[in-house]
Design a binder for this molecule. Structure first.
Ligand SMILES: [Cu+2]
Length: 398
C-alpha cells in the first residue's frame, strides 16, 4: 500500500528513490534488531539473581567486537550514502535548456501559475490559479468541474521539462511537490530554483509542501502530460488550455484566481489579509497614501509625491473618497489632487488611478504589479485584458 501519487512510476528518478527508501527500511530494520535483540537476550541471561558481582568486576572490553560494531554500521551508512548520492545526482543533473522545454512557475499565496515560452506566433500562454472545489453528488460523481479540471501545467510526454520557479517579492516560501515524480523543491521570493522531469502520459497531482499560511492546504495544481501532437496543437494556438477555457466571468475569476482567500467570498476583505472591495479605499488608506506618496502601480504619471495635502484638507478629501466619492469633490481636492487625478477624480484618462471606482485600468495595474499598503501585501497576478474587464465589472457590482 502506498499513499496516493506514490503508486506511479512517471519520472526517471522514481526507481532509484523507491529502491533507496526500501533499502532504508530493510537495513534500518536489521540494525534495530541487531541492537534490541542482543539487549533483550542479555537482560534475561544476566538478570540480577544469575550473576555474582565478583564475576563481572574485571570485565574491560573486547577489541574484535568493538571493531565489528564500528565497521559494520559504517559500511551500511556508506551504502545509504551511495544510493542517496546517486539518486540526488539524477534529480539535480538538470539537462541543458537547449534540449528541454522550459516553463516558468510562480507560487504565491495560494496558487500555482505557469508561464510558457512564446510560441511561433509570439503568443505567451499563462495558465493557473487558485483551487476551486469540484461539485460532487452523493455517489462521488463530479457534477461540476473545479478549477483543477482545466487549470494545470500541460506538457508533452517523453520530453525534458525544466521548471524555473519563483515567488513574488512580497510573498512567502512555497514548495512545488509532485509525489508521482518524487520531486520537491522550495519556491522562494526573489530567487529562481529549478527542477526537471521527463514524464509518461497522465495526470499528476501537485501540492505545496511548505506551510505558507491560511489556505496552504488548498494550494493544489496538476501536471497533465499529453501526447506530443496534442500538446503542439494547443501550444501553437491561443486557446487558454488544451482542455478548454476558464470562463471570463468576474465572479468566477474572483474565486478561480484565489482573490477570495484574502478578500472573502463577499469581497468585504478578511482582516489583515485583504482590503474591503465594496468601497474604493478606506479613509486610513487614503490618508496613508497622501502622507507617504506611492509608487507601485506604475501609472504613466509615475510616482505620486508625498504630502500633497495636509491636516483638515487631507481629512476632508480622504473622507470623501472613503464614503464613495459621491457628488462634487471637496475644494481642497481641486487644488491638491485634480491636476493628476482629474477634476472628477476619475483618473485623468488613465494617467493616474481612478479614485472613485475600480475601473478596468486600475484592475490591470493592480493585477500586474500587486499592491502593498497598510492592510497587507497582495501579490501580482497573470490576467488577460478580457479577465481584467470582467473583474472590474464584478468589483463595481459589489
Ligand atoms: Cu504554498
Amino acid at each position: 500500500m502506498k499513499l496516493q501519487g506514490f503508486d506511479t512510476n512517471a519520472a526517471p528518478f522514481v526507481d532509484i528513490q523507491d529502491f533507496t527508501l526500501d533499502l532504508h527500511w530493510i537495513l534500518a530494520g536489521l540494525l534495530f534488531l541487531s541492537v534490541i535483540g542482543p539487549m533483550l537476550y542479555f537482560t534475561w541471561k544476566y538478570r540480577a539473581d544469575k550473576v555474582k558481582d565478583e564475576e563481572i568486576s574485571d570485565v574491560t572490553h573486547n577489541t574484535p567486537l568493538e571493531i565489528a560494531w564500528t565497521v559494520i554500521p559504517t559500511a551500511i551508512l556508506m551504502v545509504f550514502f551511495y544510493y542517496g548520492y546517486e539518486g540526488m545526482k539524477q534529480v539535480r543533473s538538470i539537462p541543458p535548456e537547449s534540449k528541454s522545454f522550459v516553463v516558468k512557475v510562480i507560487g504565491s499565496k495560494w496558487k500555482w501559475e505557469y508561464e510558457y515560452p512564446p510560441n511561433k506566433a509570439g503568443f505567451v500562454h499563462k495558465i493557473g490559479g487558485g483551487y476551486i472545489e469540484p461539485v460532487v453528488d452523493k455517489n462521488g460523481k463530479v457534477i461540476k468541474e473545479g478549477s483543477l479540471g482545466v487549470s494545470a501545467l500541460y506538457v508533452p510526454e517523453n520530453t525534458n521539462i525544466i521548471l524555473k520557479m519563483t515567488a513574488p517579492l512580497n510573498d512567502v516560501i512555497h514548495s512545488y511537490y509532485v509525489p508521482a515524480f518524487r520531486m520537491k523543491e522550495d519556491v522562494v521570493p526573489g530567487r529562481t530554483t529549478k527542477q526537471w522531469f521527463n514524464a509518461k502520459r497522465g495526470t499528476y497531482d501537485v501540492e505545496c509542501a511548505e506551510y505558507c499560511g491560511k489556505a496552504h492546504s488548498f494550494m493544489y495544481s496538476r501536471i497533465v502530460v499529453l501526447p506530443k501532437e496534442e500538446f503542439e496543437k494547443w501550444f501553437e494556438s491561443k486557446a487558454y488550455t488544451p482542455k478548454g477555457e476558464i470562463k471570463a466571468d468576474g465572479a468566477y475569476l474572483f474565486k478561480q484566481k484565489g482573490c477570495v482567500f484574502c478578500h472573502g467570498n463577499d469581497g468585504k476583505g478578511k482582516k489583515g489579509y485583504g482590503q474591503d472591495l465594496t468601497v474604493r479605499m478606506s479613509k486610513a488608506q487614503v490618508l496613508h497614501v497622501i502622507e507617504h506618496g506611492q509608487h507601485q502601480l506604475k501609472y504613466p504619471l509615475g510616482p505620486m509625491p508625498a504630502g500633497t495635502a495636509k491636516g483638515a484638507d487631507a481629512e476632508a478629501i480622504a473622507e470623501w473618497i472613503a464614503s464613495g466619492a459621491k457628488g462634487t469633490p471637496p475644494q481642497a481636492f481641486a487644488t491638491a489632487c485634480a491636476g493628476c487625478h482629474g477634476a472628477d477624480a476619475k483618473g485623468n484618462g488613465g494617467m493616474a488611478p481612478n479614485l472613485t471606482a475600480f475601473d478596468e485600468t486600475l484592475v490591470k495595474h493592480v493585477m500586474e504589479h500587486g499592491k502593498s499598503g497598510i492592510i497587507g501585501n497582495m501579490p501580482y497576478f497573470f490576467t488577460t485584458d478580457k479577465e481584467n474587464a470582467a473583474i472590474a465589472k464584478y468589483l463595481q457590482s459589489l
